[in-house]
Design a binder for this molecule. Structure first.
Ligand code: COA
Length: 624
């Protein structure tokens, strides 16, 4: 998802306290090409400035554009080359010049709640059960699937992922199980306990009725527990956790400094400290939820359960949103996950999820492990200070949650098959549908973010694909003009798609602009050089105010990811394009009177997809 990098976030660059996670031996199949992956380049200055002007053109007036050109010239002839030289110097000293900076700026420095603003939720296909027994069966199969997958991570045997023909960096896979974020004042900490370190984690955290349990998932022979043993562990949890605990999970929906202060207070008590460490060190968190209240839109209700837990009256106290992976299994068949974004992007999480979901449907199991240790309920002693902070956390969590409007839906008219039949990129087709949907209501183009993977570089994360272009605006305007023929609309649509695909190819191959600009701004800050005028310019900032924040997260299963908008008057769009349908998660904020409710924006997206199919199909017919 998009990171809205603001002024405030370019503020502190001090070192992150974290466990280094570079595996000591990168020798397995999973890392067979790791060392040969290229380093993330520093793009030529002129290329970035030219491309910036190209993306700014549809967003500003002629006069503003002339002003922007002048600022770019001044930058190129002024401090730009010095910053560029210093950035190139940094790139020579780091495996990836961006990765540490990015971890801080995009995640650990941010003081807003992680929930909604950063952590995505994922809704799985509904499970076929409706009671506690079914819930425990499903959850134990899910964890067995996870342990099955973990063997491939531990032994570094996962196949290297590819984007097209390019192999991708696999480091995120290595870190997703057993990483955690820790609240600290002004900058959080990130810890990871990877499998190649001594004493790797051998337990998961299970949360039930707000009670936290350390649940061993390996036997004394170091073999993973099988499904029936895991189910036995969960039955222990349910028996011991029948009385509701304090909703400590609400802390993890808090503003980070509030949570950091409460955390410091909690850690004064040795028992609390040990319990918190147990959660941080666990492989994943598994939340076993009580049934949901009945809802007219079951999928959207379950989506909220995954994204934020539906507040203090729902399941938010039964969560630990600081943990990298948190599975959620309800009693009514609703299941999914939530993930903390510092460690990884969606694709590695979704690969793991698809493996677990496949595993659930398989009948197979493995032999029982030896001597299972019984789950232990984690104890917490809450001082009156901590109780007070928890009351505030409850208030803030309820405000946060009640402001988000979410719609989860499947567009069933067609999937990737239609754009492919038209010989155009499905992703670029969908991005232009989002542009059209937005334009139909708001009647103006805005800065649009799509995540593009730069994992073809060592330790690469994402680059911004700026999906709004002069071509997309020409297309959206034509679609609203009854005087324009379908043939002309189709031509403009194809141009808009080609332009988006070109930007995508550039962004994923290190020729994007947003990470480069960020690197130049951070270089200025690190060397006490005044932030160049270009970066302070209103139009520059406008061009990267992501009122449309989007991401494609494809999965084999009919699962869908979603996240909140990154600015108050924005929307979040996430989609999983399948061959015959497209799953969407769309969000907006209820408190914003400029944006539409998520359900209405979803309707506009669906109608735009249909209209685009119509113009492309009719243009093919007329050219026959
Ligand atoms: N004609 C026919 N078929 C085409 C085509 C064309 N002109 N262009 C593309 N296709 C096909 C592709 O071959 C592919 O086929 P497949 O379904 O058999 O795999 C399919 O259409 C999808 O291609 P496309 O829609 O172009 O998207 P992509 O797979 O190249 O993905 C991005 C584009 C931007 C999503 C991808 O590059 C990326 O960066 N993904 C990671 C995003 C991320 O990190 N998100 C998470 C953030 S939390």
């Amino acid at each position: 998802m998009a990171r809205q990098i603001g002024k405030n976030s370019i503020s502190s660059l001090s070192a992150v306290t974290m466990t280094s996670t570079q595996p000591q031996k990168l020798k397995g199949r999973m890392f067979s090409v790791q060392a040969a992956l290229p380093k993330f380049p520093v793009a030529p200055l002129k290329q970035t400035l030219d491309k910036y002007l190209q993306t700014l053109r549809p967003l500003v007036s002629d006069q503003e554009f002339e002003q922007a050109k002048k600022l770019c010239e001044d930058f190129k002839n002024g401090v730009g080359p010095e910053l560029q030289a210093k950035l190139i110097e940094r790139a020579g000293k780091h495996t990836n010049w961006l990765s540490d900076w990015w971890r801080n700026i995009a995640y650990l420095d941010v003081r807003e709640p992680c929930v909604i603003n950063s952590n995505p939720g994922v809704l799985f296909p509904r499970g076929n059960f409706n009671d506690l027994e079914g819930q425990l069966n499903y959850a134990s199969r899910l964890i067995a699937g996870l342990l099955d997958y973990k063997v491939m991570i531990d032994e570094q045997t996962l196949p290297v992922e590819h984007l097209g023909k390019s192999p991708l960096c696999m480091m995120q896979y290595y870190q997703v199980l057993s990483a955690c974020r820790i609240p600290r004042v002004n900058k959080d900490e990130w810890v990871c306990f990877p499998p190649d370190r001594p004493n790797p984690p051998r337990h998961i955290t299970v949360v039930y009725n707000n009670n936290f349990f350390e649940v061993p998932v390996y036997g004394s022979d170091n073999k993973p527990l099988n499904t029936s043993q895991l189910k036995g562990q969960l039955e222990h949890v349910v028996k011991q956790g029948s009385k509701q605990g304090p909703p400590l999970g609400l802390f993890t929906l808090e503003y980070r400094n509030n949570w950091a202060n409460a955390y410091q207070n909690m850690c004064k008590d040795e028992t609390n400290r040990r319990s918190l460490e147990s959660i941080q060190r666990s492989i994943v968190v598994l939340c076993l939820d009580q049934p949901n209240p009945s809802s007219t839109d079951l999928r959207t209700g379950s989506g909220q359960q995954m994204l934020h837990g539906a507040g203090s009256g729902g399941h938010s106290g039964n969560r630990w949103f600081d943990k990298t992976i948190q599975f959620v299994v309800g009693q009514d068949g609703s299941c999914g996950l939530n993930y903390e974004h510092t460690t990884a992007e969606g694709p590695p999480i979704v690969q793991l999820m698809d493996h677990c979901l496949d595993y659930i449907n398989k009948g197979s199991d493995w032999p029982a492990a030896d001597q299972v240790t019984t789950p232990k309920m984690l104890q917490f002693n809450l001082s009156s200070d901590v109780e007070n902070s928890l009351n505030l956390a409850k208030e803030n969590a309820d405000k946060l949650v009640s402001d988000l409007d979410l719609k989860v839906f499947t567009f069933e008219d067609f999937g990737k098959d239609f754009p492919k039949s038209q010989k155009v990129s499905p992703d670029s087709f969908i991005q232009n549908a989002i542009q059209l949907a937005y334009y139909r209501h708001h009647k103006r183009p805005v800065g649009t973010y799509e995540s593009g993977s730069i994992r073809m570089f060592q330790l690469g994360r994402t680059e911004t694909i700026r999906s709004c272009s002069s071509e997309s605006v020409a297309f959206t305007r034509a679609m609203l003009d009854p005087a324009v023929s379908d043939g002309r609309k189709a031509e403009l649509l194809r141009r808009a798609i080609d332009s988006h695909k070109q930007y995508t190819n550039d962004a994923i191959s290190g020729k994007g602009i947003d990470r480069h600009f960020l690197g130049l701004a951070l270089t200025a800050q690190e060397h006490n050089i005044e932030l160049p005028k270009l970066f302070k310019n209103r139009n520059f900032i406008f061009s990267k105010t992501w009122r449309i924040s989007t991401s494609q997260v494809p999965a084999k299963s009919e699962s869908v990811m979603f996240f909140g908008p990154v600015v108050p008057d924005g929307y979040g769009f996430c989609y999983n394009p399948q061959e015959k349908c497209i799953l969407f998660g769309v969000s907006s904020f209820k408190s914003n009177d400029k944006t539409l409710p998520a359900a209405e924006m979803s309707e506009l997206v669906a109608n735009s997809l249909r209209d685009m199919k119509k113009v492309l199909s009719s243009s093919v017919k007329s050219s026959l």
